[in-house]
Design a binder for this molecule. Structure first.
Ligand SMILES: Cc1cc2nc3c(=O)[nH]c(=O)nc-3n(C[C@H](O)[C@H](O)[C@H](O)COP(=O)(O)O)c2cc1C
Length: 179
């Protein structure tokens, strides 16, 4: 099967997840192309299945994935697709944070009209080293409120890589079935 992974990232963590998914699919014997949504990604027409992902910043995904989905919606709704949402809300112990992350993803898919076979929420990273002064203070305040790490001299990853692997393999199995 030929898989295409299209992602958007602000601090690089969604790219890391997309590359990990690429490796998982390649190890399972599939052909994989991977592209940043903001750098002229390939057309979905040339692939059998697609994974699209982005990360949340101030409750929004990067506009490049919304543009890609809107531009190719007819083809996307005719092929097996998976959406992966990367954020910190799902690393929280607060159920309302999880509910909000799910609602943002649901609304995004509703607005773009894309109907992927699978959707997943992936806990992202706190990359203090990449934030400017103001962002570092804001992210430290939010982290304190939500019980995450506040030592800004380090970066932190909350991603469950086993869960990402399982999701990717589950999607590949479904995509093969659909073909
Ligand atoms: C300025 C800023 C705003 C953020 N806003 C949200 C948010 O609204 N909801 C959320 O769950 N996570 C939020 N996050 C966390 C990011 O989604 C998380 O750090 C993710 O790993 C970023 O992925 P990326 O490196 O691919 O951009 C925010 C992070 C930053 C730096």
């Amino acid at each position: 099967m030929r898989f295409l992974i299209v992602y958007s990232t602000t601090e690089g963590h969604t790219r890391k997840i997309a590359r990990f998914m690429e490796e998982v699919l390649q190890e399972a014997g599939h052909q994989v192309a991977i592209a940043d949504a903001s750098e002229e990604p390939p057309l979905p027409e040339n692939y059998d299945a697609i994974l699209i992902g982005g990360s949340l910043h101030a409750h929004q995904y990067q506009s490049a994935i919304a543009h890609y989905i809107r531009e190719h919606i007819a083809r996307l709704n005719k092929m097996p697709g998976a959406f992966f949402s990367v954020c910190l809300a799902v690393a929280s112990d607060l159920p309302e944070e999880h509910a909000e992350a799910h609602k943002i993803a649901d609304d995004f898919l509703h607005i773009t009209n894309w109907k992927p076979l699978l959707v997943t929420q992936i806990a992202g990273a706190l990359r203090y080293s990449q934030y400017d002064f103001l962002r570092r203070i804001i992210m430290k305040m939010i982290s304190k409120k939500e019980g995450r790490e506040t030592d800004t001299s380090k970066d932190y990853e909350y991603t469950d890589w086993n869960a990402v692997k399982q999701f990717t393999l589950d999607f590949a199995a479904k995509a093969v079935q659909e073909k």
